[in-house]
Design a protein around this ligand. Sequence first.
Ligand code: UDP
Length: 324
Amino acid sequence: MRILITGGAGFIGSHLAESCLEKGDEVYIIDDLSTGDIKNVRFLQDNPNYRDRLFIHINTILNHDLMLELTGICDQVYHLAAAVGVQTILEKPLESIITNIQGTEKVLEMCNKFKKRVLIASTSEVYGKHTHAPLVETDNIIYGPSSKFRWSYAASKLMDEFTALAYHRKNGLEVIITRLFNTVGPRQTGAYGMVIPRFVAQALRNEPITVYGDGSQTRTFTYVKDVVDALTKLMASNASIGEVFNIGGVEEISILDLANKIIAMTASTSRIQLIPYDEAFGKDFEDMQRRVPSTEKLAQVIGSAPDKSLDFILNQVVDFIKNQ
Ligand code: UDP
């Protein structure tokens, strides 16, 4: 099978590329390295078993001719290229909206032209301000005002979902939409704000752990290889076509408890530093207070759902950062 992965040099994309190569697929990556990193895939290029089956294009998904060529030759498309991380959205709002909306439109246009099955990576951000748990794919959605730019990410990804579903309804395009909850694991960088790599790096250096707000906000974390497993199984299933799926982890934890857990786990002398949101992100910021997925629909279709414990995930991240 020939697989196109947009954003394949990113954290999740590179794990997906590795999994496809392990299965014997030919993998085509397109990535503009805006938040991806060539280091994420260099070890795959260096592997003699994979070298001849891996083709990397450092380019933008807005490049019409290249996307035409790549979509034409591939059998299936995973669309993971997107603006990543709350920090990126706040620092580069316009680029982020363009990447998410125009980029996804381009991918869908190409997949529709060649009638290729496409999986779109959306995000748990689309749920907006809900605090009930668990979040179900059919839930209503509430966002903050347009003056608060965080919600532009949610709105742009929601537009991506609508566009994909419209292609499915109107043209019969085989689309699958996945809402990824906080995904964690080796190769994720803290550079775009992601909490676990940041806290682990801070703890290992015995620096203050930067908890935003009062730390009462909660998250569940998903191990990246569980995410990849779910993505590939959804891609292989006909029951997933035209449907939206949560992909998320199992243990809800507050960010303050997470900080304390990481300090204990790394035997760090770090202290916790509470940083008000407006200091961290400016006055127009709103956080999501709680985000817990229902993965019932996912489990019904693929027979399993992410189940790695937070301890397991944290151990993987600690080992990775220590060895860097
Ligand atoms: N967070 C934090 N300190 C950091 C980075 C993040 O307290 O140095 C918090 C952030 O405000 C959010 C949670 O950790 O409540 C998860 O943040 P992340 O950016 O990883 O993902 P999000 O869920 O916001 O997309």
